[in-house]
Write a protein that binds this ligand. Sequence first.
Ligand code: SF4
Length: 375
Amino acid sequence: MLKFSNNKYFPKPNLSMKGGIDPWGSAEIGDYGKVFKEFGLENYCKSEYGLDYLVFRRGIAIAHRDFGKVYERMKSGKPFINMTGIASSGPLHFGHKLIVDIFRFFKENGGKNYFGICDIDAFVSRPKIKTLKEAQEYAAKNLADILAMGLSEKDIYLQSKKEARYYTFSYELSKKLTENMIKAVYGTLDPGKISANLLQYADILHGQLPEYEGNMPSVTAIALEQDPHLRVARDLARRLKKFELPSSIYITHQPGLTEKKKMSSSEPDTAIFLDDTPKAAEKKIMRAFTGGRDTIDEQKNKGGKPDVCKVYSMLRFHHPDDKKLLDICERCRKGELMCEECKRFAAEFVSAWLEKHREKREKVKAKARDIVLGE
Ligand code: SF4
């Protein structure tokens, strides 16, 4: 395995972080160090858990809570709960793909799997989703993508079709939740978001109920801005006194293709969607914000800046070949690689992935609609 030095491959954008972390916001988090300190996260990049997967090798997993417990289970071949989810509020993009990739990694390494397709969450907490049916239409599409990426029907659940025990458990959790806890973590919340959050806490913890796996360590891999939900879930686990505190791994957001944005479903130009045509994806990559210089001569003389380049980010987050990535990074910095050639390479890689993915998705589309909509 090629060794990656994190300071070389982990860009440090210099945006300031005001007002804490917003789980529903779309701004990039800039000052990670400050966020780690404020919320007591451990820096994954400096940790001893050298998992051999690109997310961990390339500084994309940036922080964790209590991951040691899960790591020990992985090392000794003992099971652990692997839980994450997505709100079905729009089409999936490459940022979501990463969440599925990590989930699949933990699945292949002994996880008991709980991937939540959160249609109720999407309906009650996202104003743009007007009906549960609308969220379920997205859920069916999202599920087809997720199955095409290698998860099975057994690995996933749809919130609105979950067993009654899951719901009674979310009400049990509500008895332990106080107004002060909500205020301290989120500030003011509307009732829809509070009810969605109760399900989020149940998502994180229910796998430890005796009706499921029973008490055992769990890991939830999520983007850093979802940490407020983890903090509350851990607090609830502490109050209930019958669960292992859930562990988490935080990944840095894949930067959007435009400047200073994360990939977001609500801003189509920032993201490549898993159902984009290869041509549309190519167009977005060719227009993306790069770390290139104003002129070819300047780029040859000074070299490019892969650490701020959105095209390089796309490759860093998704291209499987470390050697190729290292080569691009070094040639860019030395002024040996020009953006046009580099963008073409990235566009070809993404287009080929999308085409293969489309073929796989076609095969599972009907099954996904049947699971979600009973059609
Ligand atoms: Fe980005 Fe590639 Fe241009 Fe370097 S050569 S700035 S990595 S597009």
